[in-house]
Structure formats: C-alpha cells, structure tokens
Design a protein around this ligand. Structure first.
Ligand code: NAD
Length: 243
C-alpha cells in the first residue's frame, strides 16, 4: 500500500524537473495527481498511470481560479498541494541593472503564484481530513548571491508565507512546510556557468549536485502521514550547502 493511497494532490510546475519527479513519485505512492503547468504535455509521455494535466499559469489569477473550479467539479477534497512552479532569470542582473519587468516576472510566479494557488484551493483543502501544503523556497533565500535579488526575495517571501500559514491553518488540521533545495540538476540551472557550478558544488558538503528525485523524496515525507506533527518547517535538501 502506497504512502499516499487514496489521497488527492495538485503539483504546480509538475511537467518537468523537480515537479515532474514529485508527480511521478506521488503517483507511484497511490495518489491521484493533478499537474498544473504552462505546457503540461501529453499524458502518453508519462510512465505508468498519468496525472491529470492542466494548462495553468500560476501567475495569472483567472487561470488559477478556473483550474481550481474545474478540480472542484471532479474532487470532493484536496489533500496535498505542492507549490513547486518557479522561475529564475537566465541572466543574473545586479541591483543596478535589474529591470522592473524582470523583478515582476520572478515575483509573480514564485511568490504571488504560491499565494494565489493556495487561496484558490483552500476551500478544497479545508474538506480534507489531513491537508498538506508543501511550498518551495531555495538556499538562495538564505545566502547572498550576486545577481539574485528577485529570486532571493521571492524565495525568502515563500519562507515567510510558510510560517504564517502554518499558524493560520494549523487549527484546521492542515500542515504547511517548505522544501529548501540546494543546487539541483534541472532545466532551471541550464544557464549556470561551469565556473559558478564548480563554486556551488565546492561549498556543498557532499560535493555534488542533487537530483530531482532526491528532492521529491523529501517532499513525499512532508506530504505523507510520516510528517503528521511537522508544520512551519523548512526542510533543507541541499547536500549541506547551507550548513
Ligand atoms: N533546480 C534548482 O537548483 C533549485 C534550487 C532551489 C529551488 N528550486 C525550486 O524548485 C522548484 C522547481 O524547480 P526546477 O529546478 O524543477 O525548475 P524547472 O525549470 O526544471 O521546472 C519548473 C516548472 O515550473 C513550470 N512553470 C514555470 N512558470 C510557471 C507558471 N507561471 N505557471 C505554471 N507552471 C510554471 C515550468 O513550466 C516547469 O515545468 C522551483 O520553485 C525552483 O525555484 C530549484
């Protein structure tokens, strides 16, 4: 019997990278998974039982509200929400040349997207016997890295939201936690130079990058009954980068 047998889950940004690994693991553990992503792709491309794939822009309030209403038509309750969708800028503008548009493009997805997905799905989460929200921060919220103003601010904001929501939703039986990944080998890091990558890995205690599957396993812990008394926590999955 899987650890998420009979549970319903929404994974934002689940079409690729860490989100995809989470969706695959949740499915393998028995959950009914809905993926919200900009380009969710074809169900055929999934090994085994596919998730429900929905085209949703988490930064667009109307898109999120419509998707939440669609989910409400086919599910009585939502047990797990994973706010994984995220972006970073390909270039790393310092404070002097960060544009307002660049700032907004990151904050809109990482911070506002997390807020509006959670708000829209709250009525369904309230109907769960044991709701779970897993947010996604980053070690870059904790360490000052040049050129990361927008990303660091958005991910530090997610840490704050996690603590506030843990307090607000705890009395309703909902836990709210945050995964804090270090350097994970995904599409998001495609523009990281080999020099910068080398520096990051030299500061990582385990001296290697993490995989999407390793992050997914931490997320499964927080989403499962194993973490029934864990709320407001930030779980670092960074090979010791922030140690
Ligand atoms: N890769 C890392 O090293 C790393 C480190 C720390 C934190 N994170 C965080 O982990 C999460 C997953 O990152 P990843 O490395 O898998 O990135 P990725 O770029 O491989 O995947 C991100 C997914 O989010 C989707 N997405 C982006 N904008 C969206 C939007 N507006 N609406 C819906 N979906 C959207 C993309 O289409 C994609 O499928 C992100 O929140 C990221 O900030 C990643």
């Amino acid at each position: 019997m899987g650890r998420l047998e009979g549970r319903t889950a929404v994974v934002t940004g689940g079409a690729r990278g860490i989100g995809r690994a989470i969706a695959e693991l949740f499915l393998a553990e028995g959950a009914q998974v809905t993926v919200w992503d900009l380009e969710p792709g074809e169900p055929r491309a999934w090994p085994g039982r596919p998730p429900a794939l929905e085209r949703v822009d988490v930064a667009d309030h109307a898109s999120v509200v419509v998707a939440a209403a669609r989910l409400g038509e086919r599910a009585d309750a939502l047990d797990v929400l994973v706010n994984n969708a995220g972006v970073n800028l390909v270039r790393s503008p310092t404070l002097r040349d960060l544009s307002a548009e660049e700032w907004r493009s990151v904050l809109d997805v990482n911070l506002t997207g997390t807020l509006q997905c959670t708000q829209a799905l709250l009525p369904l989460l309230f109907r769960s016997a044991a709701g779970r929200i897993v947010n996604f921060s980053s070690v870059l919220a904790l360490k000052g890295v040049r050129g990361q103003s927008a990303y660091a601010a958005s991910k530090a904001g997610v840490l704050g939201l996690t603590r506030v929501w843990a307090r607000e939703l705890g009395p309703r039986g909902i836990t709210v936690n945050c995964v804090v990944p270090g350097y994970i080998e995904t599409h998001m890091n495609r523009a990281v130079s080999s020099v910068a990558r080398g520096v990051l890995l030299s500061h990582t205690a385990l001296r290697r990058a993490g995989s999407a599957e390793e992050v997914a396993r931490a997320c499964l812990f927080l989403a499962s009954g194993d973490a029934s008394f864990v709320s407001g926590a930030a779980l670092h999955v960074d090979g010791g980068l922030s140690a």
